[in-house]
Design a binder for this molecule. Sequence first.
Ligand code: GRG
Length: 291
Amino acid sequence: MPMTIDNLLRDHKQMIEEALERLLSGGSTPLHLAMRSAVLSGGKRYRPLLMIAAGEYFHVPLDRILPFACGLELIHNYSLVHDDLPCMDDDDMRRGRPTVHRAYGEDIALLTGDALLSLAFEVMADASGGPEFLPQKVRTIQEISRFSGAKGMIGGQFLDIRYIPEEATEELLLELMAKKTGGLITAAVRVGGILGDAPEAGLRALTTYGENIGLAFQTRDDILDYRQDESKDRPFRPNAAHFFGLEQAKTRLNQYIDRAQIVLCDAGIQSESLVYHANCLRLPEAEKRDE
Ligand code: GRG
């Protein structure tokens, strides 16, 4: 029976879940329980799936890519734990459950994020592959460090917490989105390409694809949050639907997705999975009609 894209993604997701469970299986202290609860709580695993999709196109074996896919997902989960803290977004619920600081306390939540970040780098550094793999491994870890740190996700979060709607410019908002959300997403596809020795042109195309998917991801999230955010009793957070208006934000979302797909096509990268991951970001029909 031919493998459908849904079956392929289900298999990859299961493989990621099992690997994450293995990585988090030791220990029974509240810190260990909180780490498990933070990660093994039903995330979509969008970033590791993207990495695997990009890697597969360039013939990277799954066992080679898995430590980096898990590392990136651990970094994403640490960022969610810290982002939910009272000093950041102050959220009570995540993935339909109490946030880590709500369930375990702020002190444990802080340490949970720290420990997940350290574990991510341990897992990636431990990736096996022999001496000839070392330069590629170092380059991959460099990429992930850069896109998750002050030049990437954390830099974007910094712009987010300092955001003043009345003073915001389009350039600032796009930089914030590209770094905060686009950082890890761009890293995911680039790492797939790097592990597969993608040629420079291929890597450039993957980067532009990732950048557009990153902007699409955050724009979509902002559109879905828009009405809800307005009713929240808290300082107004950066939101593309608020900045551009709901209609223009919807147009932009489609443009980002289209651009991501066109750049792949222009580079001759015929990956059904990468096209699928971009299309996943289109709005649900009900949201399109509700205007
Ligand atoms: C505070 C360290 C620190 C970083 C904050 C990524 C980030 C930077 C904050 C997360 C909050 C947020 C709204 C980010 C925008 C990206 C986003 C919508 C994240 C949620 O990602 P999903 O939908 O979540 O992939 P799941 O639950 O599926 O993993």
